[in-house]
Design a protein around this ligand. Sequence first.
Ligand SMILES: NC(=O)C1=CN([C@@H]2O[C@H](COP(=O)(O)OP(=O)(O)OC[C@H]3O[C@@H](n4cnc5c(N)ncnc54)[C@H](OP(=O)(O)O)[C@@H]3O)[C@@H](O)[C@H]2O)C=CC1
Ligand SMILES: CC(C)(CO)C(=O)C(=O)O
Length: 300
Amino acid sequence: MRIAVIGAGAVGCYYGGQLLRAGHDVTLVGRRAHVDAINARGLHFESATFTGFIPAKAVTEIAELASPDLILLAVKSADTDEAARALLPVLKPDTIVLSLQNGVDNPQRLRALLSQPVIAAAVYVAAEMPGTGHIKHNGRGELIIGASDRSAPVAKLLTGAGVPTEIADDIDAVQWSKLLNNCAYNALSAVAQISYGEMFKVSGVPELVTTTVQECMAVAKASGVALPDGLLDNILGLAATMPKQLSSTAQDLARGKPSEIDFLNGFIVRKGKELGVPTPANLALHVMVKLAERTGVRQA
Ligand SMILES: NC(=O)C1=CN([C@@H]2O[C@H](COP(=O)(O)OP(=O)(O)OC[C@H]3O[C@@H](n4cnc5c(N)ncnc54)[C@H](OP(=O)(O)O)[C@@H]3O)[C@@H](O)[C@H]2O)C=CC1
Ligand SMILES: CC(C)(CO)C(=O)C(=O)O
């Protein structure tokens, strides 16, 4: 099976790296500096159980891919449409596109542009790129993917490569549950450039996270999404499962890049307005990140 990862960043290189380690044929598509480093010395993969250089093929252009069977889409939400348009000429009618992205609308946006089967996923991994062609895994890695007639072989392939993958019938609720985690953690970690473990030691953080999540739950309910019981406790517990991680939004701001916050707290604020649900905590977190995008952040 020919696998291509679109977006050789933290998530793309983690899952691509796991598949490469399991012996699969994987091409990483990324930006020039990462691609050159990967082609020159392999993918530098750093985790608790394995650290080393994994031989890998990397290219800068989606157009260089030859009829892939499976796409792992791991670009930020703002880059989804551009990536999908570039994929159009290289995909076969039955190429499976697995969206490994945060936010809840990427699969829907992909389906609007592609006729291929698109599978949504909720991604519970802590990963970062500390250097060119260098992925650092800071914990977890399990995936929950949407049910479809193509999902079982994808879950089997990933699980066999050390990526525990479950199939969920109600993927909307699963994606919204992940969105609530992101609304709780990403902005605070980003503006303070602080890891989750340290962040939760600061007085007021658990209360603010709780209020933020409760607002999101009200928006989910008004949107007709039935969230699972115990979600707030699970979200409060996430920090302990990846205490050293800084959010993907924190990583964007540290690199001086626009963040994905419009698709996280910003999405909740827009939906809340549309549905008449107040979201002041989410608005504050959204605006704080938009301000930090303008002025920059001081790195720890
Ligand atoms: N990091 C994490 O731990 C987690 C991240 N996620 C989600 O995973 C998704 C990916 O995030 P993450 O890996 O952190 O992001 P990164 O920014 O680390 O990686 C994405 C990479 O893809 C590149 N890229 C974008 N468009 C293209 C393109 N058309 N061709 C080639 N390369 C491209 C980006 O370049 P450039 O920067 O120049 O745009 C960047 O290098 C996001 O939705 C995120 O929210 C989910 C769970 C955990
Ligand atoms: C899982 C988590 C919260 C890990 O940091 C993430 O999704 C992100 O950073 O965007």
